[in-house]
Design a protein around this ligand. Structure first.
Ligand code: ADP
Ligand code: MG
Length: 247
């Protein structure tokens, strides 16, 4: 079981961004991606999730061996891919609770109704874990939320949707240290042999709390280096200068 990216190539408006990227995340593992701004990290996460701004011009995205490249965003979501966005979208007019309920209902077999009592119990338990005030259930999704509140809300969505593979794009940015710990606790509570994580981050700090199995460095649309958790510490100390030397 794995999320496997093979020789992935993707463009925006004819400009290549991903240039033959290879990555395998076995279920049960947490992989981190670091790399300079503009190297294509967010593009990678959005292409895996099926965002339609990007043209996939080559390669494969395999979910447990099945190519999902032709699936729409919602189909990928139901297949078990979850993306927490770097810049989460606001959904005016739709309450957080109704949004989550609709997303979960869409995953039920035809004719089956989500149990409202169980839904609220589960949502409140997860909000408690994330130290989120109950008032956030009634507010429109992300509307007027602070940066940190949006990131927590993304993790709430992840915990409710129970994905097979979760992609977290700079979920740590905009979080103070206490919020970071809470978010990391939420992620760690979801770690399981059945689930894989791809954690995109600029800072080693997050990886103090979410221990990665593998750290990758992305540059110019490719994975150029992979290593253990110690690689993140090395990058924090020495930066990305080594990329220029090898270029
Ligand atoms: P990172 O997340 O590593 O900082 P991105 O994936 O956001 O990098 O961006 C990689 C490159 O692709 C950048 O040069 C960026 O301007 C470009 N890019 C990404 N998305 C779009 C888009 N929707 N339209 C135009 N250019 C884009
Ligand atoms: Mg980014």
């Amino acid at each position: 079981m794995s999320l496997t990216i093979e020789n992935l190539q993707a463009s925006v408006d004819g400009t290549p961004i991903l240039k033959g990227l290879n990555l395998e995340i076995p279920a049960g593992e947490v992989h981190a991606i670091m790399g300079p701004n503009g190297s294509g990290k967010s593009t990678l996460s959005k292409v895996i999730a099926g965002h339609d701004d990007y043209d996939v011009t080559g390669g494969k995205v395999l979910l447990d061996g099945v190519d999902i490249a032709e699936l729409e965003v919602d189909e990928r979501s139901r297949a078990g891919i979850f993306l927490a966005f770097q810049y989460p979208a606001e959904v005016p007019g739709v309450s957080n609770a109704n949004f989550l309920r609709a997303a979960l209902q869409a995953r039920m077999p035809d004719g089956e109704e989500l149990d409202a009592v169980e839904f609220y119990q589960s949502m409140y338990a997860k909000m408690d874990e994330l130290e989120m005030d109950r008032k956030f259930t009634k507010r429109a999704v992300n509307e007027g939320f602070s940066g940190g509140e949006k990131k927590r809300n993304e993790i709430l969505q992840m915990m409710m949707l129970d994905p097979r593979y979760a992609l977290l794009d700079e979920t740590d940015s905009g979080l103070d240290i206490d919020a970071l710990k809470v978010v990391a606790k939420g992620v760690n509570s979801m770690r399981s042999p059945q689930r894989g994580f791809l954690v995109i981050t600029h800072y080693q700090r997050l990886l103090d709390y979410i221990k990665p199995d593998v750290v990758h460095v992305m540059s110019d649309g490719q994975i150029v280096k992979s290593g253990g958790a110690e690689l993140a510490l090395e990058l924090e100390k020495n930066g990305y200068d080594f990329l220029k030397q090898t270029a």
